[in-house]
Every structure is written in structure tokens, then in C-alpha cells.
Unconditional design. Sequence first.
Length: 332
Amino acid sequence: MFRSIISGLGHYVPQKTVTNQDFETWMDTSDAWIQQRTGIVTRHFVSPGEGNIEMSFYATQMALREANLKNTDIDFIVLATLSPDYTFPGTACFLQEKLEIPETPVLDIRQQCTGFIYGLSIADQYIRTGMFKTILVVGTEVHSTGLDFTTRGRDVAVLFGDAAACAIVQRFDGQEERGILSTHLFADGRHAKDLWIETPSCREHPRMTQQMLEEGSWYPKMNGKKVFTMALKKFPEVIQVALKANQVELKDVHLFIFHQANLRIVQAVCESMAIPFEKTFNNIGKYGNTTAASIPLALSEAYQAGRIQKNDLVCLSAFGSGFTWASALIRW
Ligand code: COA
């Protein structure tokens, strides 16, 4: 059985910065409300002509540079997004075209906020069995073209931002106990409609109507309190599962990367588990919730900032729409 390591990380955020003050001009909200409830100050939005394809391409270029690899070294692409550029084919097909690596297999996955950890888990299994040696795992999201920027949508619109980030997952042939130690995946579809987008829907005849457009059923809807409460329950559970599986204690972990949904969630989980807040890395203030991109974006920035050193134990955890939740423990 082989082990997988992360040999390169990359990220890209679009240039356009949107502040809480911008939202104040569009809807009934305030910078103070947004900051107090979420910790978000700014987020980045794509401009016309820019989508997941371009963002994930730039992020991949950075990760390949970090790993000292070429496009053609990639054996497989796993791409997580809830906001694909097109309904089909998957965004990974377009990324593969842009990377000019025809015939390389690609796989799009959904899984929303846990998409990157699900993707990491898929990559890890393919590496462990020996099928692939070098896998690109991407999380990418364009939220800004599908948010309701009127007061009706204020509970959701202020939370999200656009970004792409990725990891190169590679086979590790060394003897040391390094790499992805374990991944842990969960889901509970009973809560599918607590955070979802209803239309366009293949169940509808036709999939999209003028009425749906006007009613705003194509915007994300969220039961914010339910999401918040469940997140506080599931983050500790999923972190404990990862620690237990590897027989390590909380104090052994050097860095916790939480899905960046809301700074208050991270603070509350740290408090309930007695995790020192300094052991977390957070960038939600700058980027908002970038869903599938959130964990690799935090991981990549934490790495750039020197917060992750060789042999460090890093714990990733996420919770979100589905509901889905997941964790991964990595010895760097
Ligand atoms: N600006 C100003 N007021 C707003 C607002 C905004 N952007 N959004 C909602 N409000 C209002 C509500 O209408 C409500 O008004 P009311 O009391 O007159 O009805 C009031 O603020 C309080 O709303 P509430 O929903 O109780 O706020 P909250 O403290 O629960 O915070 C969230 C709302 C969305 C920040 C919080 O529920 C949350 O973070 N949930 C989890 C979200 C999440 O993580 N989603 C992604 C999952 S990965």
C-alpha cells in the first residue's frame, strides 16, 4: 500500500474586491452586522469572462510550480464545485483542455463545503492502490453570479465569495510515516433542503421558468440557525474521529484548518474543544465562504505564511450543505 503526500498547493482569487460597505449600498445590511455575525470584511468576485475554468487553471499553475512538476505529470484531475461553469460536461473537462493534457481522466464531484476533503479522500484511495501517481485535487467556486443582492437575499449573499485552490497529491515512496494519514467522510441527506438551490431543476417541466426567476428559487436558500447548530456539533465529532483513528491527541496537532464558513463557528468549536485559537488559520475575513475552495485556499495561504513545516500534524475539517461533513489528518 502506498502513501500520498501533498507536494504542492496553489490558489487564485479574482481581482475584484467587494466590501461590506458595497453591500450596504445594495441592501438593508451593515458592515457591523456582517463582521459581528460572520467575521467577513471583504470577498472577491469574478469579472465577466472569468470563471471556474480560468481560476482553477491559475491555481493549478501555482501548485505545479510549488511541486516542481509539469502539466503532463498530472495523471488524474478531481475537481469539486457546487457552481460549475456549465451544467455539463464537468468543469474538470474544461480545465483539462486548458492544461493541454488530453486523455488524462477527470472527475467532477459536488459535496459543497466538504468537496475538497472528499476529493482528497478519492485521490488518496487511487494513490494507495497504485492506480495513479500524481493527482490534481481542485476546489473552485463562482458564487457571485448567483446571489440575490437585494434585502430578500441578505442572509446568504453577504457570506460567499469566489476563488479556486488546489493541491497536488502524489505517491510517497519514502519510509517515513508521512502524508495523508486518514480521511473521514459523512453525509445526512435528511438536511439536503436546509442549504440548497432549488432551480433550475431537471424535475421541473421546463427546468426554468420566468416565475422561478422572479421568485428567486435559483438563489441559494439556507436555514442559517440549523446550519450553525449542526456545524457546532459535527466539527468536534469529525475531528475526534480523525484523532482517534490515528491514536493522536488534540495537543499533538500543530494546525487546524476549518472550512471557512463563519469565524464564529471556528471560535465556538475551539472553545468547546479547548483548541487554542492560535492553532487555527483563518482567512474568511478576506475571502468570505468560498465553499469547495475554502480549505485548499486556507491551506495554501497557511503554507505560504510558514505556518506548516515538515512533519507537522495538520487537521482539516469541514461541514456544509448536504449536510456533509468530513476530516483529514495529514503528517506534512
Ligand atoms: N444584514 C443585516 N441583518 C440581517 C442580515 C444581513 N446580512 N441577514 C439576516 N439579518 C437579520 C435577520 O433578518 C434577522 O432579523 P429579525 O430578527 O428582524 O428577523 C436578524 O438579522 C437575525 O438573524 P439570524 O438569522 O437570527 O442571525 P444569526 O445570528 O443566526 O446569524 C448567520 C445569521 C447566517 C450569520 C448564521 O445563522 C450563520 O452563520 N449560519 C451558518 C451559515 C453557514 O455557515 N453557512 C454556510 C455553511 S457551509
